[in-house]
Design a protein around this ligand. Structure first.
Ligand SMILES: *Cc1c(COP(=O)(O)O)cnc(C)c1O
Length: 386
């Protein structure tokens, strides 16, 4: 079955008792276990209910977890209360004294939990330029346990060669983790490229409507699934049933939203390239984009997010204040166009020197193209750039 069909026909598609087209919201914290205490008729096996307490499992959550596992082609799926809870839980399977290698330009919130919490708890971390596979190789230590990647990167859309990096991780017996939020299982399939764990902020494209905060994790095998489940159940950052239902509803239209929004992103990126107040545009959909060949080989589209630099800081600030159709906001992946300002938003917690080294300047604006008409968007953008 193709993935577009799996968005519609999946674990949550039909409810067994009534035939309703969708798993109901099981808004309950606990499940009656009385049946397991009932005296059995001779020869009758004791009844064991599947669910006992909703932190440990809930039917609405289970349907979403099975859906994301199927979409990514993995063994097990887990739904968390946010994308960052999914990241934190994946890193939580390691121990003090373990070393992990991360890309230096991962999501700002991931950077923050690694640097403020995990280092304090004794995890050793090396952040590398993951565009350079030799840098990843050189960072290997005897106690290295994991490789954490994100491509295209945020906010400069830099590309990591997943095939090469994940092959190295396998060779060195590392657990490889890929944050696939920007691409979704439609455009990029990390498990097929060799990853062990895939993470999504479902707040973004999977939810798709800027109306829910959620995280999803998929593991290659059952063994890693058990380790993630121990974190999910132990720390309890689970996604509530209502939010699971909202994400599941968003997933149904993922393909058609992505296709339309990606087309708009390409249109806007090309037009901004010609704007006299624009210094540079960063988007793997553009012909001369750095890493385009690698991206094209590992993903089936450039995605919906791009960024650009204006010539002056004043122009960037004016754009954010003047645009009427783009929300000047954090987040991405919704049906609404969003313009974010990484230095004050997603990457505010990164030290300025580090930001500058990575090219995250105060002229940089990140765009997540929405479902509005592209002609309206470009007219608005060009006006705001005057
Ligand atoms: C937003 C985001 C996260 C964090 O997800 P939340 O749902 O906001 O907690 C992690 N990774 C990437 C790439 C993101 O864009």
């Amino acid at each position: 079955m193709k993935i577009g069909t799996m968005l519609i026909h999946n674990s949550a598609a039909k409810e067994g008792h009534t035939g309703a087209l969708g798993t109901p919201v099981f808004q309950t914290s606990t499940f009656d276990q009385g049946v397991s205490f009932r005296e059995n008729a001779p020869g009758e096996a004791p009844v064991q209910r599947e669910f006992d307490y909703a932190r440990s499992g809930n039917p609405t959550r289970k349907a979403l977890e099975e859906t994301i596992a199927a979409l990514e082609g993995g063994a097990k799926g887990y739904a968390f209360s946010s994308g960052i809870a999914a990241v934190a839980s994946a890193l939580g399977i390691f121990s003090a004294g373990d070393h992990i290698i991360t890309a230096e330009d991962i999501y700002g919130g991931s950077y923050r939990i690694i640097n403020t919490f995990y280092k304090r708890w004794g995890l050793e971390v090396t952040a590398v330029n993951a565009q350079n596979i030799d840098e990843i190789r050189r960072s290997l230590r005897p106690n290295t346990k994991a490789l954490f990647l994100e491509t295209p990167s945020n906010p400069l859309l830099k590309i990591t060669d997943l095939g090469a990096a994940l092959a190295f991780a396998r060779e060195a017996a590392l657990v490889s983790i890929v944050d696939n939020t920007f691409m979704t299982p439609i455009l990029q399939r990390p498990l097929e490229l060799g990853a062990d764990i895939v993470i999504h902020s479902a707040t973004k494209f999977l939810g798709g409507h800027s109306d829910v905060v959620a995280g999803l994790t998929v593991t290659r095998n059952e063994e890693l699934g058990k380790r993630i489940y121990a974190m999910q159940n132990g720390f309890g950052a689970v996604l509530g049933p209502w939010d699971c239902w909202i994400v599941q509803r968003g997933i149904k239209t993922l393909k058609i939203r992505l296709e339309a929004q990606q087309k708009t992103a390409l249109f806007l990126a090309k037009r901004l390239l010609d704007n006299k107040n624009v210094e540079a545009v960063y988007y793997p959909g553009l012909e001369n984009a750095e890493g385009k060949a690698v991206h094209d080989a590992q993903a089936s589209g450039p995605g919906v997010v791009f960024s650009f630099k204006t010539k002056t800081t004043a122009q960037a600030l004016r754009f954010l204040g003047k645009t009427r159709l783009a929300a000047a906001a954090v987040s991405l992946g919704g049906v609404e166009t969003i313009a974010s300002y990484p230095v004050k938003m997603s990457h505010a917690s990164m030290p300025q020197a580090e930001r500058e080294r990575l090219g995250i300047t105060d002229t940089l604006i990140r765009i997540s193209a929405g479902l509005e008409e592209s002609e309206d968007l470009i007219a608005d953008f060009e006006e705001a750039l005057l």
